[in-house]
Structures are given as structure tokens and as C-alpha cells.
Design a protein around this ligand. Sequence first.
Ligand SMILES: Cc1cc2nc3c(=O)[nH]c(=O)nc-3n(C[C@H](O)[C@H](O)[C@H](O)COP(=O)(O)OP(=O)(O)OC[C@H]3O[C@@H](n4cnc5c(N)ncnc54)[C@H](O)[C@@H]3O)c2cc1C
Length: 226
Amino acid sequence: MSDTLQQDFKIDTSLYKIREIRQLTESTFVVSLPRCRFNFRPGQHISVSIKGDYQSREYSIYSGSQEEALEILVKEVDGGYFTPKLKNLKPGDYLEIHGPFGKFGMDPKKKDSHRHVFIASGTGIAPFHSMVKSIPGLDYQLIHGVRYPSEAYESNHYEEGRYILCSTRNPKNNFHGRVTDYLKTREFEPNTVFYLCGNSDMIFDAMEILKQKGFEREDITVEVYF
Ligand SMILES: Cc1cc2nc3c(=O)[nH]c(=O)nc-3n(C[C@H](O)[C@H](O)[C@H](O)COP(=O)(O)OP(=O)(O)OC[C@H]3O[C@@H](n4cnc5c(N)ncnc54)[C@H](O)[C@@H]3O)c2cc1C
């Protein structure tokens, strides 16, 4: 079993020079930094601040644990304090990174014995991207809720048939509706474990649906963004 699923990791604080900002939509982008200087469990998050600014925000690690770059996936929030500033940064600017933090991620005991269903809204897909990139051979399905199909962030990074897009607007070749509408239509095998990440409304509604389908609280792991 991979060590990165089992260990607790030392917290590091250091400055990283931005290598690239990859714009995925008008408001969503990936900040790419040099290789991570700490070990982390896929699913964990970091605290990010802009050099010279006192505020920080939390971001799930988007990249895999062995990748050459440390990456985060960020959506600019209209009227937000941090994300408009982050969006305006350029390669060569510095970010202070503090982490890793959090317990969100895979239970190593269930890795091979269970099916894994990842349920995300918006940028809540980030920790699942890290898990998929870090854990080869994982049996998973990823259900992603967005408004527009253009928000299917880097969906080509997932194996064919494992990524399910639910969009509420302009659906083409994908499920038309919310993630929670999709969940109601689905049957899941009894040995399935669920991981939910994103906004609290989606998470609470999804938990209720899964409970009605007979799953226990211990089968469900959550990470609430806002
Ligand atoms: C553990 C954890 C991991 C997170 N990981 C990510 C991540 O990977 N990517 C990411 O984009 N964000 C992530 N967030 C949210 C992030 O920390 C910030 O809250 C977000 O970027 C907004 O910051 P801001 O300063 O621009 O807005 P603020 O000035 O702090 O807040 C403005 C308002 O926007 C709301 N808000 C926060 N996020 C969103 C959103 N995505 N859409 C709509 N409204 C929002 C807040 O609740 C608040 O009411 C995570 C949060 C937590 C707790």
C-alpha cells in the first residue's frame, strides 16, 4: 500500500515562485509552482498567501504527490478578497505556502476493498484530481457538478468512462441537472465509499440522498469549501 496514504506529514512553510498560470475558463485557473517541498496525502490542502499580504486562503492540492509541479485549481469569486489578487499574479511572482493540512482523503484500509465514488461541485474536483494522479490503478468514478460544460476542468485527465459531468446549463452529451439529481437516478454497489467536496448545500443534500439509499455516515467523507 502506498506510504502516502498512511503517514502524517511534517508541516512546511516556504516561498514558491509561480511557474505558470493555466487559464481554464474566464474565471478559473491552475496556479503551477515548482515541485512540492513537503510530502502530502492526496486530498490534503495548503494555506496560500501572496508575498507581502497578511491574508491567506486554503486550497486543495490539485497535483499528484509525485508530480514535478505543485498545483492548485482556483475559481475567482466576484467581490472576493483573495482570488482577484491571485488571478492577477504572473509567472515569477511569489506565493507563501504553508502545509499540508487536513484529513480529507482515502482510508488506506478501503483502497482495494471498496469502490470509490468522488462527488464534486465546481473546484471541489481538485482533491480528486490529486488522488487520481497519485494512486495508480484506483477503481473510482468521479461525478462533477457545474453550470456550464466548459467548467469540466481538464476532464481529459481522467480515464475514459470514469468522469461523469452534470451541468445545469447548455447540456450536451452529459447529464442535465445537478449532481444531486444525478445521484437520485443511480444505484451503487453496497461496498461503495463516497467522498464529497465543494459547497455545503451540495454536500448536505448529497449526504441525505446517500443515507436514503442505505449508506452509513462512515461510508461518506466530506470536505466543505464554503
Ligand atoms: C479546506 C478548503 C479547501 C479549499 N480548496 C479550494 C480549491 O481547491 N479551489 C477553490 O477555488 N477554493 C477552495 N477553497 C475556498 C477558498 O479557500 C476561498 O474561500 C475562495 O478562494 C474565496 O476566497 P476570496 O478571498 O476570493 O473570497 P472571500 O473574500 O474570502 O469570500 C467571499 C465569499 O465567497 C464565498 N465563496 C468561497 N469560495 C467560493 C466559490 N468557489 N464560489 C462561490 N462563492 C465562494 C465565501 O463563502 C464568501 O461568502 C477551499 C476552502 C477550504 C476550507
